[in-house]
Each structure stands twice: as C-alpha cells, then as structure tokens.
Design a protein around this ligand. Structure first.
Ligand code: SAM
Length: 211
C-alpha cells in the first residue's frame, strides 16, 4: 500500500476501505461480532442456537478503538436498532471509519477520544479491539506489521496497558475484549473484582459486570 492508496478488506461479509492509517481487520475479530449477536439473542452461525437475549432491544454500544470502523459498522448493520458510538484516538483513523460508515449507510457517532473519556452516554455494552501487541514477543514478525500504524498495534505493560485502563474506567454491564490468548489469563485475573468472565470465543473475552 503506498502512502495515499486505499485497499478493500472483507470483514463479516462486507467490504471496508483500508488505508495506511488503520489496522487491516483480522478474521479473529469477527468472533467479537458473534459474541454481541449472541448477547442480542440473534442467530450468528448456522446450526448454533443463540442464547436468550441479554441486551435491551435498543442497546447503546461503544466500540473503543474503532480503526476502520469495521466493528461499529458491522454491529449497526446487524443490529439496526442499536445506538452505536465509536471512538479512536487517531483522527486519521476516524476519517477512514467515517468514510466506511457513509459507504455502508450506517449512522454512527464517531468521537475522538482516549478510550471512552469523551463519551457521555452510559453504554449497555463496551466492545474493544485495542492495541495489545507486546513488542518483545519472540514470535512477532515485525516486518509484516510495518504497513500498519504502531498506534493500532502496540501497547506497554505486556500489551495490556490500554485494556487494563478500559477495565478500570468502564461500568458497562457487558464488556467484550479482544486479546491474544496468551494474555487471557492475566486479563481475567485483572478484571475479576469487577467483571465475571462468561465466555471465551477464540481471541474474544466476554464479561459481565458484577452486581
Ligand atoms: C487493534 S486496532 C483495532 C481497529 C478495529 N477496531 C479493528 O478491529 O480492526 C486498535 C485501534 O485503537 C486505536 N487506539 C489506540 N490507542 C487508543 C486510545 N488510547 N484510545 C482510543 N483508541 C485508541 C488505534 O488508533 C486503532 O485504530
């Protein structure tokens, strides 16, 4: 991809514009969408019965670190009655997300914000694929990640800095986080006084707020 070029990547059956300013959506992130549809009591995989609906009929959902907007836009398409708010700290990423929202005709509130700091609404669900790559992982192929922005990939504290801060600062009833499976145990332990783990789906951790 050269500096100004746009590519397309398929995510959950839809095409998204991708530039150098955003992460290329990954197949493992599609499981976060399955997790939300399951909470909404909607079918998501042939032959798999979704659970009883746990989200309200018109849920408010915040997608934190929206990048290309692939999660937020997919959720608006799949759950048209939901109010979707999407944040990112990168202004250039949000421009790409806004372009994708226009292409998919999905009304979404995009907000430049560190995590959810600038969001006033109380969400039912927070979903986040934040940067979680630890630069010191031995198995990393840093060369293959060069085309994507560092701000979308890397985080300090073993990759968990932003995930931990999000856990500390959100009070949403449902929380869905993507992280590498090698980080799951540490995240579950960190969250355990506040959030109960309800399911692990590939890279996705599903939590419910303790009452
Ligand atoms: C791993 S990418 C995920 C992009 C998209 N949600 C996806 O799943 O393809 C992480 C995104 O989080 C954003 N980000 C990084 N630090 C952030 C912060 N402190 N607050 C909000 N967003 C942040 C990055 O700009 C990037 O767009």
């Amino acid at each position: 991809m050269n500096a100004n070029s746009e590519n397309k990547t398929n995510f959950y059956g839809r095409d998204f514009l991708i530039t150098k300013d955003v992460l290329i959506p990954r197949p493992e992130t599609e499981q976060l969408i399955d997790a939300v549809l399951n909470l909404a009591g909607k079918p998501y995989l042939p032959g798999v019965k979704p659970s009883k609906r746990k989200l309200p009929e018109n849920p408010t959902i915040i997608d934190v670190g929206t990048g290309s907007g692939c999660i937020a836009i997919t959720l608006k398409k799949e759950l048209p009655d939901a109010t979707i708010i999407a944040t990112d700290i990168s202004e250039s990423a949000l421009k790409v997300a806004q372009k994708n929202a226009v292409l998919h005709d999905t009304p979404i509130s995009f907000i430049i914000s560190h995590l959810c700091q600038k969001v006033k609404e109380e969400p039912d669900l927070v979903i986040a694929n934040l940067p979680y790559v630890d630069k010191t992982w031995e198995w990393l192929d840093l060369e293959s990640l060069k085309k994507e922005p560092s701000i979308a990939l890397f985080a300090e504290d073993g990759g968990l800095k932003l995930i931990k801060e999000l856990i500390d600062t959100t009070n949403a009833k449902f929380l869905i986080l993507e992280a590498d499976p090698c980080q799951h145990e540490a995240i579950i332990k960190y969250a355990k006084n506040k959030y109960t783990l309800t399911n692990i789906r590939g890279f996705a951790l599903e939590f419910v707020l303790k009452s």
